[in-house]
Design a protein around this ligand. Structure first.
Ligand code: GLC
Ligand code: GLC
Length: 651
């Protein structure tokens, strides 16, 4: 039996490799025998699982054992080089593995260059993060990239060098340490599906080195690309048709799922896996606490499939995870899989990614805001959002990317909604073309072949603030602000880590100036990638400004969230409010029970008193949002876009 075989051979391999590791690291080990001991304990715990996966993926390669040994040597060295500080963090996380579940967790994400010009400037704003209550900070890609268009940093030319305009590796390590001291975990991207065409490996491939050509998916002619393309989806259809780019220098075709300068790595080659493990370990030792696994769904290719979410992609992530457990035990992975909700969930597992974006909740919140109805959201949250207790969703409204209408078609049909027509409606609504729409979004990546379209725009512009401000209509402005706060409150209360795309907290509107920059004009996502205008922000701080109102409400929600122990991750039950405009759920944890009710319509709504008693388990409630009492002796009145966080008051 395979498992018996692997057991035996894992044991034998370990016996062969461990003495060689000890020999290689003799000096280091004699200086820190206890640390080495910890490594060996973890190695014995992890190795069988890791070995099994690697045999499945790479066992057929003649040089399997060479790569296996080199991999473990890299992990061992990396651990021995890991700083005392980070080892202390490893121990602290081990003692409190639930650290990321607490209601104290609040995330933020920003582009360093747009926020503070560079890493040196970032350090000056740590007080701002603290004031807001952030405990998690994701810096968008900051590594060396090609000049001009670099897909916002997602075309990495060197994983060990910060883009000189942004700073240095030393500054990055310093920022990581300073943030950690302030209780903020640093999150960085691991852009591991592809490198830029200027990465040393790509250059070597272009120079004709066959070893490096095998790092990528490179084809002499169109034969295989055409066979693959029969099943592939075009991710950036306005860039090119198909997933391959002709390289004039090599006179060959290169697999490029995203932009033509982003070359997909070939994970079927064990050398690639090993090389990327080394880049991951390097990042881990700079002090990153969470790695966002960029474009996870695409990392494995097989002819005849759509090359998304293949079983081997999961194995690769498990193998990365296993190596991280050895060499940087506190490192967590966050999955960026923007695919069907049921596929998103498959990456969420202690052995893969503890954290994951929640694109379904994000998209369906916008769907509910447009339709004023919660049916699809309710159904999806009920059926498709359960994840293991030791993992957490990262809930967001906007990020640097577009909104794609990810929901299950059969869910829609079961509610009498035609999925295709509905996506068309949502696109018309959020590009402001649907009559009566409040939204001002831009289309992203229209695909004329199938009509697919995604949406760009800031939270505030999509929620109606841009239109309302232009109309100078106080009623519309008020509605837009209420929508913003409603969505924000849901993300704060529904379970998991809320993530703020910084700028949102001030209700910033779309910035159309990207259209005059030729490296950005073709990519409408730049409309919501804004430069922080610190001088203006200072003037917003005076009361009475709109920005201030939005900021204060969001800051207050964050403070409130941190006080309510029911909002600890997990334990979310969607309830039936029997009112299509009201989304309700119960959060129960740590001896506290909250009933959350949200009105998605601009009209007052009611929920029957029997529902309130049934789910609230009582007669008298305090609404933590307004501080007012509510009684279950009468129907619950909910104002336009109002949300209530109700807790039973023992009477
Ligand atoms: C991820 C990023 C996106 C980028 C793509 C290619 O989806 O979020 O911004 O374009 O990967 O790296
Ligand atoms: C990446 C892209 C995003 C796209 C998604 C599709 O995340 O950045 O635009 O919707 O892939 O899977």
């Amino acid at each position: 039996m395979a498992s018996e075989w692997t057991e035996r051979h894992a044991e034998r391999s370990l016996k062969r490799i461990v003495p060689r590791l000890r020999k290689n690291l003799k000096t280091e080990i004699s200086g820190a025998p206890e640390e080495w001991n910890q490594f060996e304990i973890r190695l014995h715990r992890e190795f069988h699982g890791l070995f099994q996966i690697l045999v499945e993926l790479y066992g057929g390669h003649y040089d399997f054992f060479y790569h296996l040994e080199a991999l473990l040597a890299a992990a061992a060295e990396s651990w021995m080089e890991r700083s005392k500080d980070l080892k202390a963090l490893d121990a602290a996380r081990e003692a409190r593995p639930d650290w990321f579940h607490t209601q104290e967790m609040v995330g933020g994400v920003l582009y360093v260059d747009l926020f503070s010009d560079n890493l040196a400037g970032l350090s000056d704003h740590i007080d701002y993060f603290k004031e807001l209550g952030l405990t998690y900070l994701h810096l968008m890609p900051i590594f060396a990239v090609p000049h001009g268009n670099s897909d916002g940093g997602y075309a990495v030319s060197d994983y060990r060098a910060v883009n000189p305009q942004i700073g240095t590796m030393e500054q990055l390590a310093e920022v990581a340490t300073r943030l950690r001291r302030e209780g903020i975990s640093l999150v960085l991207d691991f852009v591991f599906n592809h490198t830029s065409d200027e990465h040393a490996w790509a250059r070597a491939a272009v120079a004709g080195d066959p070893e490096y050509q095998e790092y990528y998916h490179i084809f002499p002619d169109r034969t295989l690309p055409e066979q693959y393309e029969q099943h592939l989806r075009d991710i950036f259809p306005t860039i090119r048709k198909g997933s391959f780019t002709w390289h004039e220098g090599m006179r060959k075709w290169v697999w490029t799922t995203f932009n033509s300068f982003q070359w997909d790595l070939n994970y079927a080659n064990p050398a690639v896996f090993r090389a990327m493990v080394e880049e991951m370990l390097f990042l881990a030792n700079t002090g990153v606490e969470v790695l966002r696994l960029d474009a996870v769904a695409f990392i494995w290719k097989r002819l005849g499939t759509d090359c998304e979410n293949l079983p081997e992609a999961h194995k690769i992530i498990r193998a990365f995870n296993s190596v991280a457990r050895l060499a940087a035990p506190s490192l967590l992975f966050k999955s960026e899989a923007i695919v069907h909700p049921d596929e998103v969930i498959r990456y969420i597992d202690a052995r893969e990614c503890r954290l994951s974006y929640n694109p379904m909740l994000m998209a369906l919140l916008w769907e509910a805001l447009a339709t004023r109805r919660c049916g699809l959201l309710e159904l999806a949250m009920h059926n498709r959002s359960r994840i293991p207790d030791d993992c957490a969703w990262v809930n967001y409204l906007r990020c640097h990317d577009d909104i794609g209408w990810t929901f299950d078609d059969s869910d829609a049909r079961s509610l009498g909604i035609d999925p295709t027509a509905h996506r068309r409606f949502l696109n018309e609504f959020y590009t402001g073309q649907f009559p009566g729409s409040f939204a001002r979004g831009l289309p992203f990546q229209f695909n004329p072949a199938n009509g697919d379209l995604r949406i760009s725009g800031t939270l505030a512009s999509l929620a109606g603030l841009e239109q309302a401000v232009q109309a100078e209509d106080p009623v519309l402005i008020d509605m837009a602000v209420r929508r913003i706060i409603l969505l924000r409150s849901i993300v704060m209360s529904i379970g998991g880590i809320p993530l703020i795309y910084l700028g949102e907290e001030w209700g910033l509107l779309n910035d159309y100036s990207f259209a005059s920059d030729e490296t950005k004009a073709g990519d409408s996502r730049w409309v919501h990638r804004l430069k922080t205008r610190w001088a203006e922000m200072a003037s917003w701080k005076t009361p009475q400004t709109l920005e201030r109102r939005i900021y204060d409400e969001i800051a207050r929600l964050i403070r409130l969230r941190k006080q309510l122990k029911a909002l600890y991750n997990g334990g979310m039950e969607v309830i039936s409010t029997q009112n299509p405009h009201l989304l309700g759920y119960v959060r129960q944890k740590n001896g506290q029970r909250l009933l959350v009710i949200n009105n998605f319509s601009e009209h007052p709504q009611t929920m029957g008193e029997n529902r309130l008693r049934l789910y609230g388990l009582g007669y008298r409630f305090i609404d933590h949002i307004t501080g007012k009492e509510r009684s279950a002796r009468e129907p619950l009145q909910v104002d336009p876009y109002q949300f209530l966080w109700l807790e039973n008051q023992a009477s």
